[in-house]
Design a protein around this ligand. Structure first.
Ligand code: NAD
Length: 293
């Protein structure tokens, strides 16, 4: 079976790698945080001490890192993985990064004869654990067909968004909508509760009404409304506010390339920057609720 190197075992990478193990793929794993590598080696993966060690013998490399700079430094330059991967290797890069950065890595991969996909995901840590992620894929259709069985082990919906970088463009569009919905939901929850409503009752009314959206379905920001949501666990786990701020920054850059205006995204970015200033960047992005209470 295809030998996979999996690099980046954070909130998302760890459960994604677990699903590949469950599907029977031999996995060699690496993260800068040793404890997560050890967790997975206890579950059947081979632990590597470096990214270079992880890719030894790998036919496929999957990475799930925080941002553009991490991805560029992992793959590019004389010390980067692309300088070492044999032609014919498939790289599935799942981090959310700038479309421009993704295109740069695509170009370097093509020069080396390495097939690469930008394949960011949606669905949160719950979707990663359940294997129901949505993949938004940019790159060549042929590479996507090679990747499909592995993507299917980690996700439910697999979209070919278009050529190099297209997956990232789709992802920043999606996350801008998510941020705006989260903020609007948090604002309304605070308003309703301040005016005497029970938060659980209000949440259910809006969920079943025209205000219904993904955050009300799966991720209510008000503590105690949804037992499994990060809001009910002190805003821990989930998707860090600093990563949402990063994605909103990417959305602004993406909009400005074509002279588009993205005012809702701009306001969302400013609100998330405020949260970061308050020292809440490492908490789940639903912590935006606290701006309104
Ligand atoms: P995270 O910070 O929890 O995990 C990133 C991991 O990468 C960390 O464990 C870190 O140690 C590791 N890492 C960083 N540089 C490395 C390197 N050079 N070599 C090896 N490991 C390295 O972040 P996350 O929440 O898992 O998100 C990962 C990506 O997925 C981000 O781009 C994020 O925007 C995106 N994303 C996150 C969610 C979510 O709900 N958390 C949902 C969709 C997309």
């Amino acid at each position: 079976m295809t030998q996979i190197a999996f690099i980046g075992l954070g909130h998302m990478g760890l459960p994604m790698a677990r699903n590949l193990l469950k599907a029977g793929y031999p996995l060699k794993v690496f993260d800068l945080v040793r404890s997560t590598v050890e967790t997975l080696s206890g579950e059947g993966a081979v632990a590597a001490d470096s990214a270079v060690e992880a890719i030894d013998q790998a036919q496929v490399v999957i990475s799930m890192l925080p941002a553009s700079r991490h991805v560029e430094s992992l793959y590019l330059g004389e010390e980067g993985l692309l300088a070492r991967l044999p032609a014919g290797t498939l790289v599935i890069e799942c981090s959310t990064i700038a479309p421009e950065a993704a295109r740069k890595v695509h170009a370097a991969a093509r020069e080396r004869g390495v097939a690469l996909l930008d394949a960011p995901v949606s669905g949160g840590t719950g979707g990663a654990a359940a294997g129901t992620l949505t993949f938004m894929v940019g790159g060549e259709a042929e590479a996507l067909e090679r990747a499909r069985p592995m993507l299917a082990a980690m996700g439910k919906n697999i979209f070919h968004a278009g050529p190099d970088g297209a997956g990232q463009v789709a992802k920043v569009c999606n996350n801008q909508v998510l941020a705006v919905q989260m903020i609007a939901t948090a604002e309304a929850m605070a308003m309703g509760v301040a005016n005497g409503l029970d938060p659980a009752v209000l949440a259910e009314i809006m969920r079943q009404s025209s205000g219904g959206n993904w955050t009300l379905e799966k991720y209510n920001p008000w503590p105690g409304v949804m037992e499994s949501a990060p809001a009910s666990k002190g805003y821990s786990g989930g998707f860090m506010a600093e990563l949402m701020a990063k994605d909103l920054g990417l959305a602004q850059e993406t909009a400005s390339h074509n002279g588009n205006s993205a005012p809702m995204g701009a306001l969302a970015l400013q609100l998330y920057r405020l949260l970061l200033k308050q020292g809440k960047g490492k908490q789940d992005f639903s912590v935006v609720q606290q701006l309104f209470v």
